[in-house]
Ligand binder design. Structure first.
Ligand code: HEC
Length: 242
């Protein structure tokens, strides 16, 4: 082996074993993947909303396993990439396990016969998954569903100062490209953190509950926000601590 080759080999071995710092770009990739996975899971619930609300059917067949299969299909459609359970990253695994646990814990509710609306809707499901995920990540990562302050229904989803600022002063600007995420390295209570936030817009299906006339009661018993089609209605926010 020539000297050049040996040096090359040593160098690549060195690079391979060197602990890789998670660079900003990688964090963005991780954030995009994770928020896409989170949305792919929530979409399974919205796609099955009529089925879940059907009072005539008992077992809805929405076990954690089935929901995982469906969410991976949604993920593939959204990202073009298929994820395989044996090569999940720990972060992906934490998200999938959170989904499975929420589905497991809500089987009795979802499968209840004779009741139409059970309150099992995408935002509630997403909130439960987010809490479980954040707990599993043990202070290293936190995901949350939030919305513009005036559209908040559940106070625990209220935007914090940073989220509020990005929503009002970046996402709502006409120059902001629709759907474009925003990220920033900042300190939270003295701890270095990477923050990522993805805007979401009201689609037709959302307006049954979030649309007009403002103040009218929706199927959940809550007051409609008076939101409009394609209007900024929410955001998924992620924190990765260093
Ligand atoms: C069946 C009625 C219903 C539909 C349809 C619906 N939502 Fe909601 N949404 C709610 C309720 C109720 C909450 C509060 C959930 C809770 O208590 O955590 C909520 C919460 C949210 C939140 C979290 C912030 C908050 O206000 O607490 C966002 C963001 C949101 N919805 C966006 C959407 C979008 C986007 C769609 C369409 C893709 C949609 N919703 C469809 C009823 C609905």
């Amino acid at each position: 082996m020539s000297l050049k080759c040996t040096i090359g080999l040593l160098l690549s071995l060195f690079m391979f074993f060197l602990p890789k710092p998670v660079m900003a770009e990688t964090k963005e990739v991780v954030s995009k993947e994770l928020t896409t996975l989170f949305r792919a899971a929530r979409k399974v619930i919205s796609d099955n909303q009529a089925h879940i609300n059907n009072p005539d059917i008992g077992d809805k067949g929405l076990s954690g396993k089935i929901v995982t299969q469906k969410l991976l299909e949604n993920y593939k459609k959204a990202s073009g990439k298929r994820l395989y359970p044996d090569s999940f990253t720990p972060v992906q695994e934490a998200m999938i396990n959170s989904v499975k646990e929420v589905m497991f814990e809500n089987q009795d509710l979802i499968n209840k016969q004779g009741v139409a609306f059970k309150g099992f809707i995408p935002a509630i499901f997403a909130g439960k998954v987010a809490n479980k995920f954040s707990r599993k990540m043990n202070g290293k990562m936190k995901i949350k569903l939030t919305a513009p302050t005036r559209y908040i229904r559940n106070k625990t989803n209220s935007p914090d100062y940073w989220e509020h600022n990005v929503i009002e002063n970046i996402f709502k600007m006409s120059a902001h490209k629709k759907g474009q995420s925003y990220s920033e390295n900042i300190k939270i209570k003295g701890k270095k953190a990477y923050r990522f936030i993805l805007p979401e817009y009201y689609q037709q299906s959302c307006l049954d509950c979030h649309g007009t006339p403002k103040g009218e009661l929706d199927i959940t018993g809550g007051k409609k926000e008076g939101g409009l089609l394609n209007e900024l209605g929410g955001a998924i926010s992620l924190i990765i601590y260093q």
